[in-house]
Each structure stands twice: as C-alpha cells, then as structure tokens.
Design a protein around this ligand. Structure first.
Ligand SMILES: [Zn+2]
Length: 499
C-alpha cells in the first residue's frame, strides 16, 4: 500500500493490464468494451469536441436551442475546441445561461462513475483520494451510471471557500481518518462539477480571494488553502462563466489573472425582430412548461416584441432615449405570456387586441419592473409604456396595411362592410365569434387575409384575430373609413378613387 501522503498528489490512471475488476450492478463488466467504452476516460472537452465535429459533419447546428447568434456560436465552438473556459459577457436576459446549458447538452447524458464517489469520479482516472486509493488497492470496484452534471455556482459575495471548493482536511488524512469519512472531504460546488459543466454565474461577484483559488483551479487543477496546504484536484470540468458588461450597474470586476484564463464572448440582444419573436414564442409558458402549441399569431408577437425593442434600441425608436434600463428577452416572453393568459381566461386560445388589457394592463405588468425611466424625463413610466405600445402597433399595422393587395382591397372591404350591423346609419362590425362565423364563409375575405398574413389562418380564432388586425390597420392608415369603437369597428363607405 502506497504512502497516503504521496497518494494525495499522485495522478492515478489505470489501464486494462493493471486495473481492478469493475462491477456494475451484480455483474463484472469489461469497461473497455461496448456499451461502456464511451462513458469514461474522456474529459468534458473531449466529448464536446467530438460531438461538435460529428454534428458539423452532418450539417447540424450544435446549439439548436440558441436562436440566431451565428457569430457567437462560431466563437463558442472555437473556444471549446481549444479547451478554454468561456466567459459570456452581456446584460441579463439575453441567453448566457441558455448558452451554457446548450453546451452541456453536447456531453453524454450519463457516465460511468465509481459508486459512492461524491464527485462522480472516473473509475479509470479518479480525482479524489478515496477513489485513487480504491483503484490502486482493491481487486474489484463497484461502478454505477451517473447523470452528467451542470452545476451553477452563484456569484455570491458571501460565498465561502467551503461552499466553493469544499471542506478538505489534509490534517485528518494524515491522522489516519478513513478517506470516505465526511470530515475528511466534503466537495464544494466547483468540485461537484467534475466531469460536467461548472457555470459561474456572475463570476465578478465572487470574493477576490475565491477568484484567486479559481484561477489556480482552472489552470493548474489544484487549490492552495489559506493554511498553505496544496490540495490536488485534477477535476475535469468544462468551466463556463457569465458577467454583465463592465459599465453595467452592479457589476463587480473580474480579476485580471482570472480574466486572462478565459475567452470572453459578448452575448447581446437578438439582432432581428424575427429572432426576438422566435425567442418569445419558444419560451412562452404554454410552450415550455405545458408543451403546447403557442397559438399566438405572428402579428401580435411582432407588436409585443417591438414594444421591447423600441424600449431598448435608439436606432429603432426615439422613445428608447427616455429609457434607462433596457428590457431583455424576458420582457418579450412575459409580454407574450400575459396577453396569452388573458386570452385563455376569456375562453379563447388566440389573443385579440382586447387582451392587452383595457388600459393595456398586460403590457404594463410585463414592463413595469423591467423598465426604468431616464432621469429628467417628464413623462411617467405609464405614459412611456403607452407610447411604446402605440408606436409598436402603428409600425406593425402599417407593415400589414402595405401588404394588402391593391387589386382586391376595395372588394374585400365592401364584402366585410356588407356583413356589418347597422346602427344609426353607421356600419358596425364587432370583433366577436359571431362575426367570425359570418365572415369565414367568404372565400374573398379568407383569400385576402391569407395573402396579407402569410396564409397562416387555419382556424376560426386565428381568422378573427387576422380580421381584427386587418381592420385595425385600415383604421390607422385610412382613418376616414374605419374607426375603432368598443369591441369593434365603424366602417364607412369607400369610393374607388380614394381606396
Ligand atoms: Zn472519488
């Protein structure tokens, strides 16, 4: 038996000629043969590299969960290929965590580990003293399947060494304590990420002393304790981290030596409206939690995503200048959720404009806490939100109005008018189920709506929503002929020349 002290620092790795027997369940297995060969002896970086190569050969995107971000994906692949830890830098809500999770998905779902090991040690190349000892001294070792881990390590200024690295007592080992004794070794979060992904969320917020421990861990795979003991931890982890941009409020700087050991990749807001819409739709509660079809027409998605983009980007809207903190994609997702909820509670799957709330309360709910007004702006937050919504509705309606086919527009309008109710000499068309029943039979109306809204009108509720959006567009762009009143529109006679 080896001297325990030297075992602590020794790199232990076995091969088919000197390995103990491996027992899985009740049976002895040949760990170097199928179906086990793929699940040990490799580092997370090995797995990720192989998987990326495999997927690219098939023309597949290794990160299908990430919408857009082509350039960032390339950078991530490059950094992963060279085994570098990655630092995702960007404001909250733009998918830093999603990116780190989608990297973890490139790892196998399960691995073979030494049974009972607190850090899921590889039976061929263990890290902890206890497993090293077993591998070298036992004739047979029990192994087991374990899930691949993704460990979030929160950037908490109060985080202790014990929570980050763990409790390791070299002294107790020297005193002859059993290696599995809980007082000898309790792994912290960074060590628990062994063979998986360690995600340091808000890395800069970690106390400086812990950041120092980390760069030693990242680079040299060892930790020097405050007592001066060197603890060898050849853990095999894919280290990822996130931070806010340097000028962002509440951002603590990451120490230079640590920064120098990572590749920083900027993660910004979605570049295009359609990416923003896609992110919103994919992450809606009904989709993510309930696994349902969102049943959320793209016209509503565009209006609501624009509300957020107009608040965020001065290039898109001058209102953004009045906004201090910019709402992220979470704002978009919540806007979709709230409008959808209101529709569901009204007994419909597909939202109508009324579902924004009579006083656009749903929009206010999603934005209230996510938007701060620039100092010195005279308007209230509520007025700013209304301004954003009005502009988003106007721009989106204009887009659809411009798509109305000039050749058939007049006939389309007349057909709708012919189905309207008459009140005091005015034609009024309520946006209601009855209206949908009455108008859906008209192939003229269905045809034009299909053309304007890309043919995605597959059911009665979507038809009604599209009809409403068409009339709303007319009411905003040809104000003389349509006017919103209550839950419907007043329609006025149109002459050929004016249309
Ligand atoms: Zn172990």
């Amino acid at each position: 038996m080896r001297d325990i002290e030297s075992l602590l620092y020794e790199d232990v790795q076995v091969n088919p000629s000197n390995a103990p027997h491996f027992i899985l369940g009740e049976e002895q297995i040949d760990i170097w043969a199928e179906p086990y060969a793929q699940y040990h002896s490799r580092t997370p970086v090995d797995y990720v590299r192989n998987r990326i190569l495999e997927m690219e050969k098939k023309g597949q995107d290794p990160f299908p969960d990430i919408v857009g971000k082509t350039k960032e994906k390339e950078l991530v692949k490059t950094a992963l290929f060279s085994g570098s830890p990655i630092l995702f830098r960007g404001e909250k809500g733009y998918g830093k965590t999603t990116f780190s999770k989608s990297i973890a998905k490139l790892l196998p779902e399960k691995l073979i580990a030494v049974k009972g090991c607190k850090i899921y040690d590889d039976p061929i190349h263990p890290s902890c003293f206890s497993c090293k000892h077993k591998v070298l001294n036992q004739e047979a070792i029990e192994v087991t399947w374990v899930p691949t881990v993704w460990v979030r390590i929160p950037g908490d200024p109060m985080l202790t060494t014990r929570q980050l690295v763990g409790g390791i007592s070299i002294q107790k080992i020297r005193e002859g304590y059993d290696l599995d004794h809980p007082e000898v070794f309790i792994p912290g979060r960074a060590i628990k990420a062994n063979r998986g992904v360690g995600y340091f969320d808000e890395l800069g917020a970690l106390p400086t002393s812990l950041q120092t421990l980390l760069h030693e861990l990242f680079e040299e795979h060892q930790v020097t304790t405050t007592e001066g003991d060197i603890v060898p931890f050849k853990i095999s982890t894919l280290e990822l981290a996130s931070t806010n941009p340097a000028n962002y409020r509440g951002t603590s700087p990451i120490k230079e030596p640590l920064l120098d050991r990572m590749e920083a990749i900027d993660i910004g807001p979605p570049e295009t409206l359609s990416e923003e819409v896609e992110i919103g739709l994919r992450n809606m509660y009904v989709v993510k939690a309930l696994k349902k079809d969102p049943k959320f027409p793209v016209w509503h998605a565009k209006i609501l995503a624009r509300v957020i983009r107009f608040a965020r980007d001065e290039a898109e809207s001058s209102t953004a200048k009045k906004v201090q903190s910019h709402p992220s994609c979470r704002g978009t997702i919540k806007l979709f959720d709230h409008v959808k909820s209101r529709a569901l509670r009204s007994g419909r799957e597909v939202p109508l404009i009324a579902d924004y709330g009579e006083q656009f309360e749903m929009v206010e709910l999603a934005l209230g806490g996510r938007l701060e007004i620039e100092y010195g702006v005279k308007q209230t937050k509520r007025e700013i939100i209304q301004e954003l919504l009005t502009e988003a509705v106007r721009v989106t309606c204009k887009e659809y109005y411009d798509r109305m086919p000039p050749a058939t527009f007049e006939a389309f309008y007349k057909e709708i008018m012919s189905k309207a109710q008459r009140f005091d000499g005015e034609a009024y068309l309520p946006i209601s189920k009855e209206t949908a029943d009455n108008l859906q039979g008209s192939s003229m109306i269905v045809g034009v709506l299909g053309e304007v809204f890309d043919g995605k009108i597959d059911d009665k509720e979507t038809f009604l929503s599209a009809l409403e959006m068409a009339l709303h567009s007319v009411s905003l762009c040809l104000t003389k002929y349509a006017e919103k009143r209550g839950p419907g529109y007043i329609l006025r006679e149109m002459t050929a020349s004016e249309a």
